[in-house]
Design a protein around this ligand. Structure first.
Ligand code: NAP
Length: 477
């Protein structure tokens, strides 16, 4: 039976449907509707009318978000199981994602209660004497949220949560492979009191549903998380909209001999391989001081060799399938090309019996190889050595991406030099570049994007600043 989705203020199963299949074993998981561009336009119209005719007070928005966080936590097991099925995310990691979405909603509720405008000291200008000025932050309008497959719940929460906090209605287009988590989030929000008109979830192809959102003049903001290719094409085709882009990375990790390199090897076990490396900040390029390189590679191989590869619903599994066959083939071909070019396989490099890429550590791949120069988005890390620290910084910075980078060192001066000179949106010290908390400013430079996410920053993008000036006359008597 086709699952119903909330579109334009009502539950509907559309006019046609399609199957969602497991990336792990191709089993049919769900039958979901196929919507059209006309459904998107209807959803936007209903959203805009709701904002105009039935605005939600701040205390209502905050209470909805708080209640939704409680409901999400109560349904953690069911939602994690759906997420594991649709994305092939190992169930233990799927549970962590649900917990993170709970905290994202809690942070959004807190921001809803506290974000405010500014008082402007008008009499700082001579002409401003006898004037009061302040800035109100008003909801910008309907938000179009286009989201990727790899965190299909928490990254949707990072857009819908701030939009509700800001007082905006939202139309979400989830990734085609992962439409179930977004639906689960919508259900808890409605149960928590969000009027249906405030949120539509419209699954369907990016080229149809995503494009319709981008083209709709009544959508004021597009909040997009996904690949640079799609993201920048959206930016180019919507010059009059606010377009926030959260894109990819090929995260570098520098390890100095004076740093806790054993701790780094342990951390990379999941930082490079959780969800088969399909995180925008998955650790990818590891630059290690030559004097410890062999020992570090040995420690990393031991860690990676202990990863359990298999069925996402198996409690023991830590790495499962990539999202689809074409990405599996792409990642394998990048590994093979690096090896043909002279890289050594320290571990992995081949497929499992079920046809999935084994966790792979490559040593000394050429910086121009795809596994270094581009975003692998697969279970592969590359280790390269360095002798001069300045060379490691230059190599880390030599990328079209700029999301997060990291360094392990025990020397405070080296750490602070790295913080100043690594040209990324975030620099982590004695922590992997894959680390993220849901209330921090998160975003990148260059091909990694043009904005910051995290409830406080996203709410800023979803509000307009309105200046109010009052001329103050003399008192009546
Ligand atoms: P993607 O292929 O760019 O897809 C992202 C979303 O855009 C999907 O919903 C997709 O729909 C939609 N889309 C595709 N073509 C479109 C078009 N022409 N117009 C409008 N929307 C369109 O990315 P992905 O493969 O899902 O995700 C992986 C990428 O996301 C990686 O590069 C990763 O680094 C990045 N990412 C970044 C962050 C961050 O916060 N910086 C977080 C997570 C992921 P369909 O599914 O229907 O194609």
């Amino acid at each position: 039976m086709t699952i119903e989705y909330p579109v334009a203020g009502r539950w509907t199963s559309g006019e046609s449907s399609r199957e969602v299949r497991s990336p792990f074993d191709d089993a049919v998981i769900a039958q979901i509707p196929s919507f059209s561009a006309a459904d998107v336009d209807a959803a936007v119209e209903v959203a805009q009318t709701a904002m105009r005719q039935a605005p939600l007070a701040t205390h209502e928005r905050a209470a909805i978000l708080d209640r939704a966080a409680v409901l999400l936590a109560e349904r953690l097991e069911d939602i994690a199981a759906d997420l594991a099925r649709e994305a092939a995310k190992p169930i233990k990691q799927a549970r962590v994602e649900v917990q993170r979405a709970v905290s994202t909603l809690q942070f959004c509720a807190a921001e809803a209660r506290t974000f405010a405008g500014d008082l402007i000291p008008m009499d700082a200008a001579a002409a401003g004497v006898d004037h009061l000025g302040f800035v109100l932050r008003v909801p910008i309008g309907v938000v179009g949220a286009i989201t990727p497959f790899n965190f299909p719940l928490n990254l949707v929460a990072h857009k819908i949560g701030p939009a509700i906090a800001a007082g905006c209605a939202v139309v979400n287009k989830p990734a085609s492979q992962t439409p179930l988590s977004a639906l689960a989030l919508a259900k808890v929000l409605f149960e928590a009191g969000l009027p249906m008109e405030y949120l539509s979830v419209v699954p369907g192809p990016g080229s149809v549903i995503g494009d319709a959102l981008v083209r709709n003049d009544d959508v004021e903001v597009i909040s997009f998380t996904g690949s640079p290719e799609v993201g920048w094409s959206i930016r180019a085709s919507a010059p009059r909209k606010r377009v926030g882009l959260e894109l990819g990375n090929n995260s570098p990790l520098i390890i100095r001999a004076d740093g806790d390199w054993r701790g780094a090897a342990t951390a990379v076990r999941l930082a490079g391989f959780a969800h088969a490396g399909q995180s925008c900040i998955s650790t990818q390029r590891i630059l290690v001081e030559e004097s410890i390189k062999d020992d570090f590679v040995a420690a990393l191989v031991e860690q990676v060799g202990s990863l359990v590869v298999g069925d996402p619903l198996d409690e023991a599994t830590e790495v499962s399938a990539l999202i689809d066959r074409s990405n599996t083939d792409r990642v394998k071909s990048w590994i093979d090309a690096a090896v043909d070019g002279g890289a050594t396989v320290a571990i992995g490099g081949e497929m499992t019996a079920e046809g999935h890429v084994r966790p792979t550590v490559l040593v000394d791949a050429d910086p121009a190889d795809d596994v270094c120069a581009n975003e692998v988005f697969g279970p592969v890390v590359v280790v390269r050595g360095f002798t001069r620290f300045q060379d490691a910084l230059a190599e880390a910075n030599d990328t079209r991406y700029g999301l997060q980078a990291a360094i392990f060192t025990s020397d405070i001066n080296t750490a602070l030099h790295a913080a100043r000179n690594l040209d990324f949106g975030g620099v982590l010290i004695n922590e992997v570049p894959t680390w993220r908390a849901d209330h921090m400013p998160y975003g990148g430079l260059r091909d990694s994007g043009n904005t910051r996410e995290g409830p406080a920053w996203a709410i800023h993008e979803m509000t307009e600043e309105r200046l109010v000036v009052i001329k103050v006359g003399p008192p009546q008597d």
